[in-house]
Structure formats: C-alpha cells, structure tokens
Design a protein around this ligand. Structure first.
Ligand SMILES: Cc1cc2nc3c(=O)[nH]c(=O)nc-3n(C[C@H](O)[C@H](O)[C@H](O)COP(=O)(O)OP(=O)(O)OC[C@H]3O[C@@H](n4cnc5c(N)ncnc54)[C@H](O)[C@@H]3O)c2cc1C
Length: 212
C-alpha cells in the first residue's frame, strides 16, 4: 500500500487575500485584477504572511502511523484521525520503500513483512474475538499496541496556507524522512492545480517561499 493525499476541499482565492489585506486601508471598491496582482506581489515579497491565513485546505492523508505521528506535530492545523478503538480496519501496511529493498537481504525483508502482518492479524483477530464484549473498546485501545507503526492509517487535516508553507518548508526538505516528503510534495501538486490561487502560488515560487 502506498501513501496517498487527497485534497477534499479548499477555501479562499487570490481576490479574498487581497480584499482581506485592503481591510487595513478601508478602500475595497473597484479593484482591478491588476491591483489584486500588485498587492499580492507586495504581500508575498514583504512577508505579510497573516494575509495567507485566509486560504484554507482540507486534506485526507493515507500514510503509515509513523508518518501520521510526524504530521500531528504541526500544531497550527486541525485533525481527525482513524481510531483503533472503534474497529477501523488496520489491515494494510506501507510497502517497503524501493530505496530500502536493495539495502537489506531477502531474509530480513521477509521477516519484516511477516512481523508487520502478524501484528495486524493479531489486532484484527482480537477485535473480532471480543467484538461483543462489554469492554470491547477498552480491549481494542490497548491491543492496538501490537500494530506495527508501518500500519496504514487515515487522517483529515485542515490547515491554512501560512501554516502549510511552514509544513512544506520543513517536510519537503531533504532532511525530512522521504515518506513525509512524499506527503508534502503530493500536497503541493494539488495546491498548484487550483486556479483560484494561481497568482499567489506563482508569487510564492517567484520569491522562493516554496521550492518545488
Ligand atoms: C527533519 C525534522 C526532524 C525532526 N526531528 C524531531 C525530533 O527528533 N524530535 C522531535 O520532538 N521533533 C522533531 N521534529 C519536529 C519539529 O521539532 C516540530 O515540532 C515540527 O516540525 C512542527 O514544526 P512547527 O512547530 O514549526 O509547526 P507548528 O506546530 O505548526 O507551528 C507553526 C509555527 O507556529 C509557531 N508556534 C507554534 N506553537 C508555538 C509555541 N508553543 N510557541 C511559540 N511559537 C509557536 C512557530 O513559529 C512555529 O514554527 C522534526 C522535524 C523535522 C522537519
């Protein structure tokens, strides 16, 4: 199973950011597209980043637990995550990444796959076995400890553009774990396709605030 990012919805446009910024001068009428572009250029060049908080994204991310845990460290976002108490189907784990496969021998690879599978099977069997138990949720929440951290889980994350730029800068960087780099890059590709924030996206690239 592979990492996947879906953009569920987004809010805000180039014009929304510009008009939010014009709130400070009170002069909002009759602004042309050229005015909007000029102001966006200034906002991004000078780092008036609070204006970028008017753009918001909601992503659904499928990733292993060890990456979900890293994503959760970004406090300026809202999250909801699959729960191990309520019987979410934890039955897939991340395929061993292609750069690792040639580095370890076949026996170790098999052992890794087998341990991951065993942990997930154990959790699933216990969830099934105790599904009518009056303390079923309590049993699940503790026995999920047997799940490998490579278990695929799902997270919905809502984050504004300002916070996302911080996320992207840290997590698309070559020092970050490649699997979270995948998440950051998939997010950027979705954002790059949004016509409503085309000008902002271009200015962020022009001024090196995000690096593809
Ligand atoms: C390559 C890499 C390796 C890492 N390794 C480790 C590790 O070994 N151990 C570990 O614990 N973490 C590690 N982290 C996580 C890192 O320390 C941050 O917790 C995480 O990246 C979130 O960054 P953030 O605080 O900027 O983001 P957010 O929490 O989204 O915050 C965004 C910004 O808001 C401001 N802010 C938020 N909260 C506060 C606050 N309480 N006080 C002041 N300003 C605030 C800051 O300007 C911050 O940059 C690592 C991160 C990376 C990218």
């Amino acid at each position: 199973m592979q990492i996947n990012v879906e953009l569920l919805s987004n809010f805000g446009s180039d014009a929304d950011v510009a008009y939010a910024a014009w709130a400070s001068s009170g002069k909002q009428e009759n602004r042309s597209p050229k005015d909007i572009e000029r102001l966006l250029n200034k906002i991004i060049k000078d780092g008036h980043d609070s204006c970028l908080e008017h753009i918001v994204f909601r992503f659904r991310i499928e990733a292993p637990l060890y990456i979900i845990q890293q994503i959760n460290r970004h406090r300026l976002a809202s999250y909801n995550q699959a729960s191990g108490r309520y019987g979410y189907e934890f039955n897939k784990f991340l395929d061993i990444p292609s750069d690792i496969e040639p580095l370890i021998n076949e026996k170790d690879l098999q052992e890794y796959n087998s341990i991951c599978q065993q942990g997930m099977d154990f959790y699933k069997n216990m969830a099934e076995k105790y599904k009518r138990h009056p303390k079923q949720k309590r049993i699940n929440e503790v026995l999920r400890g047997a799940l490998p951290t490579a278990t695929m889980s799902a997270l919905v994350m809502t984050m504004n553009l300002r916070s996302w730029i911080n996320f992207y800068k840290q997590r698309a960087d070559s020092h970050a774990q490649p699997e979270i780099q995948t998440v950051a890059v998939q997010m950027r590709k979705k954002i790059a396709e949004l016509p409503e924030i085309k000008t902002i996206y271009k200015k962020l690239l022009d001024y090196g605030k995000i690096v593809p």
